[in-house]
Write a protein that binds this ligand. Sequence first.
Ligand code: HEC
Length: 227
Amino acid sequence: MKTINMKTLSLQWITMGVLSFAACAQEAGSPKIDEGKIHVDRSGSGSLPVLSESKRKECMERGEEASSALMLNLGKQLKASMAGGDLMAAIAVCQSAAQPITSATGETFQGLSVSRTSLRVRNSDANRPDATDREILTQWARLSAQSQDIEPGIVQVSGTTVRYYRPVFVQEACLKCHGPVEFIEKDVRDFLAEAYPDDEATGYEEGDLRGAFRVDIDLDESVQPFE
Ligand code: HEC
Protein backbone atom coordinates (compact mmCIF):
# COMPACT_ATOMS: atom_id res chain seq x y z
CA MET A 1 0.00 0.00 0.00
CA LYS A 2 1.25 3.47 -0.78
CA THR A 3 1.62 5.85 2.11
CA ILE A 4 2.16 9.54 2.21
CA ASN A 5 5.23 10.81 3.96
CA MET A 6 4.15 14.10 5.41
CA LYS A 7 7.73 15.29 5.70
CA THR A 8 8.14 15.19 1.96
CA LEU A 9 5.00 17.14 1.20
CA SER A 10 5.94 19.56 -1.48
CA LEU A 11 4.15 22.79 -1.89
CA GLN A 12 2.10 22.85 -5.01
CA TRP A 13 0.26 25.82 -6.19
CA ILE A 14 -1.77 26.52 -9.20
CA THR A 15 -3.91 29.52 -9.84
CA MET A 16 -6.92 28.82 -11.93
CA GLY A 17 -8.62 31.28 -14.14
CA VAL A 18 -11.80 29.25 -13.90
CA LEU A 19 -13.80 32.21 -12.70
CA SER A 20 -12.99 35.70 -13.68
CA PHE A 21 -12.29 38.04 -10.80
CA ALA A 22 -11.34 41.01 -12.87
CA ALA A 23 -12.04 43.45 -10.05
CA CYS A 24 -9.54 41.98 -7.64
CA ALA A 25 -7.14 40.33 -10.03
CA GLN A 26 -3.63 41.63 -10.26
CA GLU A 27 -2.81 42.91 -13.67
CA ALA A 28 0.80 41.81 -13.73
CA GLY A 29 1.56 38.44 -15.24
CA SER A 30 -0.60 35.48 -16.02
CA PRO A 31 -1.38 32.86 -13.39
CA LYS A 32 1.47 30.58 -12.51
CA ILE A 33 0.68 27.08 -13.54
CA ASP A 34 2.25 23.69 -13.15
CA GLU A 35 4.43 24.24 -10.13
CA GLY A 36 3.94 20.70 -9.08
CA LYS A 37 2.32 17.47 -10.06
CA ILE A 38 -1.13 18.99 -10.13
CA HIS A 39 -1.59 20.93 -13.32
CA VAL A 40 -4.74 22.88 -13.97
CA ASP A 41 -4.47 24.82 -17.16
CA ARG A 42 -7.18 27.38 -17.52
CA SER A 43 -4.86 30.13 -18.67
CA GLY A 44 -6.39 32.86 -20.68
CA SER A 45 -9.74 32.84 -18.91
CA GLY A 46 -8.85 35.47 -16.29
CA SER A 47 -6.38 35.73 -13.45
CA LEU A 48 -6.64 35.55 -9.70
CA PRO A 49 -4.82 37.40 -6.94
CA VAL A 50 -1.56 35.67 -6.20
CA LEU A 51 -1.14 34.40 -2.66
CA SER A 52 2.17 34.64 -0.87
CA GLU A 53 4.30 31.58 -0.24
CA SER A 54 3.46 31.72 3.47
CA LYS A 55 -0.29 31.80 2.78
CA ARG A 56 0.02 28.84 0.45
CA LYS A 57 1.90 26.99 3.15
CA GLU A 58 -0.83 27.88 5.63
CA CYS A 59 -3.47 26.48 3.25
CA MET A 60 -1.49 23.25 2.93
CA GLU A 61 -1.30 23.00 6.72
CA ARG A 62 -4.99 23.71 7.24
CA GLY A 63 -5.90 21.14 4.56
CA GLU A 64 -3.60 18.55 6.03
CA GLU A 65 -5.03 19.09 9.50
CA ALA A 66 -8.69 18.89 8.44
CA SER A 67 -8.20 15.90 6.12
CA SER A 68 -6.31 14.05 8.86
CA ALA A 69 -9.22 14.68 11.23
CA LEU A 70 -11.69 13.33 8.69
CA MET A 71 -9.52 10.30 8.00
CA LEU A 72 -9.28 9.62 11.73
CA ASN A 73 -12.99 10.08 12.39
CA LEU A 74 -14.12 7.91 9.49
CA GLY A 75 -11.44 5.32 10.23
CA LYS A 76 -12.52 5.07 13.88
CA GLN A 77 -16.12 4.60 12.86
CA LEU A 78 -15.25 1.97 10.26
CA LYS A 79 -13.08 0.07 12.71
CA ALA A 80 -15.75 0.15 15.42
CA SER A 81 -18.50 -0.92 13.05
CA MET A 82 -16.44 -3.83 11.70
CA ALA A 83 -15.17 -4.97 15.07
CA GLY A 84 -18.15 -7.24 15.66
CA GLY A 85 -17.46 -9.04 12.39
CA ASP A 86 -20.91 -8.24 11.04
CA LEU A 87 -20.24 -6.76 7.65
CA MET A 88 -23.88 -5.98 6.97
CA ALA A 89 -24.09 -3.93 10.17
CA ALA A 90 -20.83 -2.19 9.21
CA ILE A 91 -22.03 -1.21 5.78
CA ALA A 92 -25.30 0.12 7.18
CA VAL A 93 -23.27 2.28 9.56
CA CYS A 94 -21.14 3.50 6.63
CA GLN A 95 -24.25 4.39 4.72
CA SER A 96 -25.86 6.35 7.55
CA ALA A 97 -22.83 7.81 9.33
CA ALA A 98 -20.25 8.72 6.67
CA GLN A 99 -21.92 11.95 5.61
CA PRO A 100 -22.85 13.23 9.11
CA ILE A 101 -19.29 12.50 10.30
CA THR A 102 -17.91 14.32 7.27
CA SER A 103 -19.95 17.48 7.85
CA ALA A 104 -19.41 17.42 11.62
CA THR A 105 -15.65 17.20 11.09
CA GLY A 106 -15.74 20.24 8.81
CA GLU A 107 -17.69 22.20 11.40
CA THR A 108 -14.89 21.84 13.93
CA PHE A 109 -12.63 23.96 11.68
CA GLN A 110 -13.52 27.56 11.11
CA GLY A 111 -13.89 28.47 7.46
CA LEU A 112 -13.26 24.94 6.18
CA SER A 113 -15.44 22.24 4.76
CA VAL A 114 -14.25 18.69 4.13
CA SER A 115 -15.55 16.05 1.75
CA ARG A 116 -14.48 13.03 -0.28
CA THR A 117 -14.69 12.38 -3.95
CA SER A 118 -13.53 9.94 -6.60
CA LEU A 119 -13.65 9.32 -10.35
CA ARG A 120 -15.76 6.27 -9.46
CA VAL A 121 -18.22 7.13 -6.72
CA ARG A 122 -20.55 5.04 -4.64
CA ASN A 123 -22.59 7.89 -3.20
CA SER A 124 -23.21 9.93 -6.32
CA ASP A 125 -25.46 12.40 -4.46
CA ALA A 126 -22.86 13.54 -1.97
CA ASN A 127 -19.46 12.67 -3.42
CA ARG A 128 -19.72 13.29 -7.14
CA PRO A 129 -16.61 15.08 -8.50
CA ASP A 130 -16.89 18.51 -10.10
CA ALA A 131 -14.80 19.63 -13.08
CA THR A 132 -11.80 20.62 -10.94
CA ASP A 133 -11.93 17.36 -8.99
CA ARG A 134 -12.00 15.45 -12.25
CA GLU A 135 -8.96 17.23 -13.55
CA ILE A 136 -6.96 16.54 -10.42
CA LEU A 137 -8.10 12.93 -10.12
CA THR A 138 -7.41 12.24 -13.79
CA GLN A 139 -3.87 13.54 -13.43
CA TRP A 140 -3.38 11.47 -10.33
CA ALA A 141 -4.70 8.38 -12.10
CA ARG A 142 -2.14 8.98 -14.84
CA LEU A 143 0.69 9.36 -12.30
CA SER A 144 -0.53 6.28 -10.49
CA ALA A 145 -0.53 4.25 -13.73
CA GLN A 146 3.11 5.30 -14.18
CA SER A 147 3.86 4.25 -10.57
CA GLN A 148 4.72 7.81 -9.66
CA ASP A 149 4.12 9.28 -6.22
CA ILE A 150 0.95 11.25 -5.70
CA GLU A 151 1.20 14.12 -3.28
CA PRO A 152 -1.36 16.41 -1.69
CA GLY A 153 -1.72 19.81 -3.27
CA ILE A 154 -3.77 22.98 -3.40
CA VAL A 155 -5.67 24.72 -6.16
CA GLN A 156 -7.07 28.22 -6.02
CA VAL A 157 -10.62 27.90 -7.27
CA SER A 158 -11.73 31.51 -6.81
CA GLY A 159 -10.64 34.79 -5.30
CA THR A 160 -11.81 33.58 -1.90
CA THR A 161 -11.48 29.80 -1.99
CA VAL A 162 -8.56 27.44 -2.08
CA ARG A 163 -9.11 23.72 -2.35
CA TYR A 164 -6.75 21.18 -0.84
CA TYR A 165 -6.58 17.64 -2.22
CA ARG A 166 -5.13 14.58 -0.57
CA PRO A 167 -5.09 11.13 -2.17
CA VAL A 168 -6.86 8.12 -0.63
CA PHE A 169 -5.55 4.65 -1.39
CA VAL A 170 -7.24 1.28 -1.10
CA GLN A 171 -6.14 -0.89 1.80
CA GLU A 172 -6.88 -4.52 2.41
CA ALA A 173 -9.72 -3.64 4.81
CA CYS A 174 -11.52 -1.73 2.06
CA LEU A 175 -11.79 -4.69 -0.32
CA LYS A 176 -14.82 -6.23 1.40
CA CYS A 177 -16.86 -3.30 0.16
CA HIS A 178 -14.78 -1.85 -2.71
CA GLY A 179 -12.88 -4.86 -4.07
CA PRO A 180 -13.54 -6.91 -7.20
CA VAL A 181 -17.24 -7.78 -7.39
CA GLU A 182 -16.62 -11.53 -7.17
CA PHE A 183 -14.70 -10.87 -3.94
CA ILE A 184 -17.62 -9.07 -2.29
CA GLU A 185 -20.07 -11.19 -0.28
CA LYS A 186 -23.45 -11.66 -1.88
CA ASP A 187 -25.33 -9.96 0.98
CA VAL A 188 -23.10 -6.93 0.63
CA ARG A 189 -23.51 -6.87 -3.14
CA ASP A 190 -27.28 -7.00 -2.75
CA PHE A 191 -27.22 -4.23 -0.16
CA LEU A 192 -25.07 -2.05 -2.41
CA ALA A 193 -27.28 -2.67 -5.44
CA GLU A 194 -30.29 -1.58 -3.45
CA ALA A 195 -28.75 1.41 -1.63
CA TYR A 196 -26.52 2.66 -4.46
CA PRO A 197 -27.96 1.58 -7.82
CA ASP A 198 -25.27 3.61 -9.64
CA ASP A 199 -22.39 2.32 -7.52
CA GLU A 200 -19.12 2.58 -9.42
CA ALA A 201 -16.85 2.05 -6.42
CA THR A 202 -16.02 -1.64 -6.76
CA GLY A 203 -13.28 -3.47 -8.62
CA TYR A 204 -10.41 -1.91 -6.73
CA GLU A 205 -7.22 -3.70 -5.75
CA GLU A 206 -5.06 -3.00 -2.72
CA GLY A 207 -2.84 0.04 -3.36
CA ASP A 208 -5.12 1.53 -6.01
CA LEU A 209 -5.93 5.21 -5.90
CA ARG A 210 -9.49 5.35 -4.56
CA GLY A 211 -10.10 9.09 -4.65
CA ALA A 212 -9.42 12.20 -2.63
CA PHE A 213 -10.11 14.00 0.58
CA ARG A 214 -11.02 17.52 -0.37
CA VAL A 215 -10.88 20.56 1.90
CA ASP A 216 -12.44 23.84 0.81
CA ILE A 217 -10.68 26.69 2.55
CA ASP A 218 -12.53 29.99 2.78
CA LEU A 219 -9.73 32.53 2.68
CA ASP A 220 -11.75 35.28 4.34
CA GLU A 221 -12.65 33.13 7.32
CA SER A 222 -9.79 30.71 7.69
CA VAL A 223 -6.58 31.97 6.15
CA GLN A 224 -6.36 35.73 5.71
CA PRO A 225 -5.25 35.90 2.09
CA PHE A 226 -3.17 39.03 2.21
CA GLU A 227 -0.81 40.44 4.81
C1 HEC B 1 -18.33 -1.84 5.28
C2 HEC B 1 -18.22 -1.42 3.90
C3 HEC B 1 -17.14 -0.43 3.55
C4 HEC B 1 -15.80 -0.53 3.81
C5 HEC B 1 -15.06 -1.66 4.53
C6 HEC B 1 -15.18 0.64 3.20
N1 HEC B 1 -16.13 1.43 2.59
FE1 HEC B 1 -15.78 3.12 1.54
N2 HEC B 1 -17.77 3.39 1.31
C7 HEC B 1 -18.75 2.54 1.79
C8 HEC B 1 -20.05 3.16 1.61
C9 HEC B 1 -21.39 2.55 2.00
C10 HEC B 1 -19.81 4.41 1.03
C11 HEC B 1 -20.82 5.48 0.68
C12 HEC B 1 -21.04 6.29 1.95
C13 HEC B 1 -21.07 7.75 1.75
O1 HEC B 1 -19.99 8.34 1.56
O2 HEC B 1 -22.14 8.34 1.82
C14 HEC B 1 -18.35 4.52 0.87
C15 HEC B 1 -17.73 5.63 0.31
C16 HEC B 1 -16.37 5.78 0.19
C17 HEC B 1 -15.72 6.95 -0.38
C18 HEC B 1 -16.38 8.21 -0.90
C19 HEC B 1 -16.52 8.26 -2.38
C20 HEC B 1 -17.69 7.44 -2.91
O3 HEC B 1 -17.41 6.47 -3.63
O4 HEC B 1 -18.87 7.78 -2.62
C21 HEC B 1 -14.37 6.72 -0.31
C22 HEC B 1 -13.25 7.66 -0.78
C23 HEC B 1 -14.19 5.43 0.32
N3 HEC B 1 -15.43 4.87 0.61
C24 HEC B 1 -12.97 4.87 0.60
C25 HEC B 1 -12.82 3.74 1.38
C26 HEC B 1 -11.53 3.26 1.84
C27 HEC B 1 -10.18 3.90 1.51
C28 HEC B 1 -11.76 2.16 2.61
C29 HEC B 1 -10.78 1.33 3.37
C30 HEC B 1 -9.96 2.04 4.34
C31 HEC B 1 -13.21 1.95 2.61
N4 HEC B 1 -13.80 2.92 1.87
C32 HEC B 1 -13.84 0.90 3.26
C33 HEC B 1 -18.55 1.30 2.33
C34 HEC B 1 -17.34 0.82 2.79
